[in-house]
Design a protein around this ligand. Structure first.
Ligand SMILES: NC(=O)c1ccc[n+]([C@@H]2O[C@H](COP(=O)([O-])OP(=O)(O)OC[C@H]3O[C@@H](n4cnc5c(N)ncnc54)[C@H](O)[C@@H]3O)[C@@H](O)[C@H]2O)c1
Length: 340
């Protein structure tokens, strides 16, 4: 990749995440999204984009291109990774944000279409080259990585919390429940899907779901492999999620105040990714946040000698921001080199 020009990204999936990526990259000078594949109608995709951004008048369609302040991306109505001619657009990296393609085998089709690297919007189904969480394991990246993921919003929030606390405390094990906004793969009304509980109305129910973060945690934070179980409660909230993490500390009598102080130090060290809020906020107060983790100091509680409970807020835009950080990391690294 050439560091004197902006990083050129391709995007498959112009949904909420894809549109946030486009909005964020349009405001940046070093990243441009040059091609977008989505099955949606271009005028409707533009309409959705304009309904979500702060300055809708900046975005418009020009023929087959969606344009923004510093961006001009070719829209393609292609639905298969293998059918996108990424090489024609000279992209440095493709982000798959469809939510549909999560296996290494299918993601490789983007490589066959000329993408030097592929970043998945969420956690993968099976092994890929690397999961990179900015602020934690960016030093591990390699020029040979071709299939990568920046985790998910929940995974980033959990990893940043554990990574920060583990600097001061020995954590034996723990449990995450994310109280999560419903996602677009849930139905608003009861609708037969591939899973019992997810076939129930997202608008009416608290829906327990599995979460994959626990399975992949050891790839980012090896010391926590197998030590944290993870699950989701999807709730009838459109955006804004709450990370409820309980931890068993090795040392007895760790106070809530000590935990809060360590999180404040973590926020001072990574202010663009971690924040601490002392006000009694609720989920709608976190909308638009570009942090990955907003630690809620009032949520910290101790029980007995070893048990600590924490609350932290996050939303999807922070994850889109981290994905662009990961794209930059690989851009700085240079061209793909094949695995020897
Ligand atoms: N937004 C969140 O908070 C969140 C949180 C966790 C997980 N997720 C998951 O991440 C994924 C992406 O999130 P999102 O909110 O951007 O979803 P989204 O549904 O808003 O966007 C997906 C986009 O991909 C497009 N698409 C679907 N299949 C395609 C195909 N075969 N080819 C090309 N385009 C295709 C859709 O038209 C849509 O525009 C989803 O699976 C979602 O469930 C989202």
């Amino acid at each position: 990749m050439n560091s004197s020009r902006p990083l050129r990204l391709g995007l498959m999936g112009f949904g909420r995440t894809g549109r946030q990526l486009f909005d964020l990259s349009s405001a940046s000078e070093d990243i441009e999204i040059v091609a977008i594949a989505d099955i949606g109608r271009p005028d409707i995709l533009l309409y959705l984009l304009r309904s979500e951004v702060e300055a809708p008048e900046q975005y418009y369609l020009e023929g087959n291109f969606v344009c923004g302040p510093r961006s001009r991306a070719r829209l393609m109505s292609t639905d298969q990774p293998g059918e996108m001619p990424w090489d024609i657009f000279g992209v440095d990296l493709v982000i798959d944000a469809t939510g549909v393609y999560r296996s290494a085998e299918v993601l490789r089709h983007h490589l066959q279409g000329g993408a030097p690297r592929v970043m998945l919007r969420s956690l993968p189904e099976d092994e890929i080259d690397r999961i990179v969480i900015p602020g934690i394991n960016e030093d591990s990246i390699s020029a040979t990585d071709r299939l990568i993921s920046a985790g998910s919003a929940t995974t980033s929030a959990l990893c940043l919390l554990l990574h920060t606390l583990a600097k001061e405390f020995v954590i034996e094990c723990g449990s995450l429940t994310t109280v999560h906004a419903y996602t677009s793969d849930q139905a608003l009304q009861d609708y037969a899907g591939g899973d019992y509980r997810r076939s129930r109305s997202a608008a009416r129910n608290i829906i327990p779901n599995a979460h994959d973060a626990g399975r992949w945690l050891g790839h980012v934070l090896p010391a926590f492999a197998g030590k944290i179980n993870t699950s989701t409660l999807n709730v009838p909230v459109q955006a804004g999620s709450l990370l409820d993490v309980t931890l068993v500390m090795e040392e007895p009598s760790v106070t809530a105040q000590a935990v809060n102080e360590v999180m404040r130090a973590g926020a001072a060290a990574q202010p663009e990714r971690i924040g601490v809020v002392d006000d009694p906020i609720v989920s709608s107060d976190v909308l638009g946040s570009e942090l990955s983790l907003l630690f809620d100091s009032q949520g910290t509680q101790r029980a007995g000698e070893h048990f600590i409970k924490t609350l932290s807020w996050y939303e999807n835009r922070g994850h889109a921001k981290r994905m662009l950080e990961v794209a930059r990391l690989y851009g700085n690294l240079g061209a793909v080199t094949e695995v020897a």
